[in-house]
Each structure stands twice: as C-alpha cells, then as structure tokens.
Design a protein around this ligand. Structure first.
Ligand SMILES: NC(=O)c1ccc[n+]([C@@H]2O[C@H](COP(=O)([O-])OP(=O)(O)OC[C@H]3O[C@@H](n4cnc5c(N)ncnc54)[C@H](O)[C@@H]3O)[C@@H](O)[C@H]2O)c1
Length: 318
C-alpha cells in the first residue's frame, strides 16, 4: 500500500514509519517545528531516510495545497500523527492546538476526500476522558468533559472524523493513545524529563505529591495497534479504540525503576497537581484486543531499561 504518515519526524511517527516501511511505501511529512529539540526530529529522519520505501516532504498539515503534491500517487491510507502535543503547554499556547490539531485534521480529511483516500487513521488521546471517574476508561463512555485544551482539540478531531466518515464514506479510525514511552521518546514527557534530570543531579518535579497512576504504554505495543488499524477490514464508518497497557502503574514505582536502572537516587520536589492533569488513566482494551489484535506485553520493568539504554547511547552518556 501507499501510506501517508504525518508527524513522521515525531516519536510515534518514527516508529510507525520504521515498522510499516517493511511492507508498504511510506510518504512521511512533518513541519519540524521547534516545540522541542529539532535535532532530535532530524536524527529520527536521518534514520528513516536510509530506507528505500520512505520518502519525506517538509510541510505543514495545514497546507491547503498539500493534496496537489500527492495527485500522482494513489494513496491507500492516511495516518495523521502530526499534532501539537502536551497537556501543560496547552495552557500557554492554546492557538497552536487549534491550528495543528483541529485545522490540520480538517485539512487532511479534505485531502482524503479530494484524492479519494479510503482510510483515515488518526491519533487521539486518553486525555479525552478528562473528568471521567469511571475506570477503566472505555470507548463506550461519554467524553464531553475535557479538562485541558489539548483534550478538547483531540475530542474535536474525533468529531471531525465522525462527520467526514458519514458524509464522504472515508473509513476513519481514531486511536486514543495512553502515555506512550520508549526509545526516541519525547523530551517533554515524564520518562525523558526524569531520566535527564536524575542524570544531571537536578531535582525532579513530582506532581500531585506522586499520587498519580498512568497506563504507561511501550512504543512497540502501540505500533502493533497502529498496524492492526492499517489492516482492519470489514464494514465500518468510524471506529475509536483505546491503545493503553491496561495496567495502570504508580508514578512512584515508575520513578523507582528509573532510579534503579540509572543507579542514582532522585532528588524529589513534591508539588500539587497541575491544572489540566488527570490523576489516573486506565484503558479498557477489550475491543482493541478483539478487533486490532492489540495485545500489549511490555511491562515498565522491560520498557524503562530500553528507554535508558537508548538515551545514554544517543546523548553519549557513559
Ligand atoms: N506520546 C504520547 O504519549 C501520546 C499520547 C496521546 C496522544 N498522542 C498523540 O500521538 C501523536 C504523536 O505524538 P508524539 O508523541 O509522536 O508527538 P511528537 O511531538 O513527537 O510528534 C508530532 C510530530 O508532528 C509534527 N507536527 C506538529 N504540528 C505539525 C503540523 N502542523 N504540520 C506538520 N507536522 C506537524 C511535529 O514536528 C512532530 O514531529 C500526536 O497526535 C499526539 O497528540 C501521543
């Protein structure tokens, strides 16, 4: 198949392209914005450009002429992973979320409509569960109580997909990712921040005084779920799935495993919960198991050492 992957220079984009290029032709796009270290994005691209089944175009998903650049290629699937991510940053820069996440999604759905692309997969987030208290979070639960603009923008992407799947017969699949971590991970996320600060002997901020639980999900498991979505057959218009580990972990335990692997004790700065943050996430993955063959297997005991190994190698730390 010919597959367009947006956000190809991002964390999940890199791993998705690496996995899919073995069987498919991948057209990756990314605007390489400076929300975090652009060199990390460039290094990911350098890795991808080694593969003959990968081609890259630097552009923005809001580019209204984007579809013209793909007129001669019969695209089978679009996977939209490009987004302004991060809950906390959405309090500071709300418009970047509306631009990349909402306007970007509608532009790509229009692209799919114009070029008759039959399947549209996109990244949603566990954040859409926001104020929900019923655990584990199920795709059957209502999600109309976002507590951050990031969550509101992701819920909006789901509504846009619902509408386009109905009007234009584009098969849409939304994937609600739960706290993804692993090699080449994002510098604004906990695993990266804790590892970096502990190695630099700096204090780590621990919110909600450490009373947080997260369904930390290892990147290789997530990619299997994305593959499951690419291969999903059958008669559907719009499906939404949770991609989470189905095993919420205590933040304190998560930190202690990082400490153990680094052989350094962290200096802790205990703080109240941040606005927009959710204290616990936990995914019900019954449908994802059944329909996407999604079967997360990597525990934090296996996943964290793999992240740390990559981190030390990439940043040349002995
Ligand atoms: N990593 C997680 O734990 C997690 C959890 C839930 C949802 N998600 C979602 O998964 C997707 C991928 O996340 P990630 O962790 O790989 O993030 P990332 O920031 O590493 O990757 C996103 C990529 O998209 C690019 N991008 C952003 N705006 C763009 C635009 N307007 N045009 C073109 N490119 C643009 C960025 O340069 C970046 O390389 C995002 O939609 C994110 O919201 C991630």
């Amino acid at each position: 198949m010919n597959i367009l992957v947006t956000g190809a220079a991002g964390f999940i984009g890199l791993h998705t392209c690496l996995a899919l290029q073995a069987k498919h032709m991948i057209y990756g796009i990314d605007n390489l914005n400076d929300y975090y270290d652009v060199n990390l994005k460039k290094s990911r691209l350098k890795l991808l450009k080694k593969y003959k089944n990968f081609q890259f175009l630097k552009t923005d998903i809001q580019n209204k002429n984007l579809h013209n650049k793909f007129k001669r290629i019969k695209l089978d699937v679009i996977i939209n992973l490009a987004a302004q991510a991060g809950v906390r940053h959405s309090l500071k820069d709300p418009f970047s979320y509306i631009n990349s996440n909402v306007l970007g999604q509608i532009n790509l759905l229009e692209f799919a409509k114009k070029l008759n692309v039959k399947k549209f997969i996109y990244a949603s987030s566990s954040s859409v569960y926001g104020g929900n208290e019923k655990m584990p979070f199920s795709v059957k639960h209502r999600v109309d109580k976002p507590i951050s603009l990031y969550a509101a923008s992701k819920k909006s992407t789901e509504l846009l997909a619902e509408c386009y799947s109905h009007l234009f017969k584009i098969k849409c699949i939304g994937l609600r990712f739960f706290t993804v971590y692993g090699p080449w991970g994002r510098p604004d996320m906990a695993t990266f921040i804790f590892t970096k600060k502990i190695l630099e002997n700096k204090k780590i901020n621990i919110f909600n005084y450490g009373n947080m639980k997260r369904d930390f999900t290892y990147i290789d498991d997530i990619v299997k779920g994305i593959k499951g979505a690419v291969n999903l057959k059958g008669d559907y218009k719009h499906k939404i799935y949770n991609l989470g580990n189905n095993k919420p972990e205590d933040l304190k335990r998560f930190i202690s495993i990082i400490e153990k692997n680094l052989k350094i004790k962290a200096k802790r700065n205990l703080l109240p919960i941040q606005p927009g943050d959710v204290a616990k996430t936990s995914a019900n993955i019954d449908e994802s198991k059944r329909e996407l063959n999604f079967n997360p297997k990597t525990s934090i005991y296996e996943g964290i050492p793999k992240f740390i190994e990559w981190y030390k190698q990439y940043y040349k730390i002995k």
